[in-house]
Design a protein around this ligand. Structure first.
Ligand SMILES: [Zn+2]
Length: 73
């Protein structure tokens, strides 16, 4: 199991969404979006599943999507 994480559009920080799921289940989910309260901005950010990733403790994960996020900044 891991925690679904999203990136804050204002600060670029990773925010835990509080949603716990294993990575395979997350991949199989249809496209969806949700809202998560950002502790840095003190507001809710809306995010799409394609922008989120599953963080599993003890693993460092890099995805192509994350890399492209960084290039756009
Ligand atoms: Zn934020």
């Amino acid at each position: 199991m891991g925690m679904v994480m999203v990136r804050c559009p204002q600060t670029g920080r990773a925010i835990p969404t509080g949603i716990k799921i294993d990575r395979d289940s997350f991949r199989r989910r249809p496209v969806f979006y949700s809202r998560t309260h950002c502790p840095t901005c003190q507001i809710d950010h809306t995010w799409f599943a394609q922008d989120a990733w599953v963080h599993e403790a003890g693993r460092v994960e890099r995805r192509a999507a994350e890399d492209s996020h960084m290039e756009r900044v």
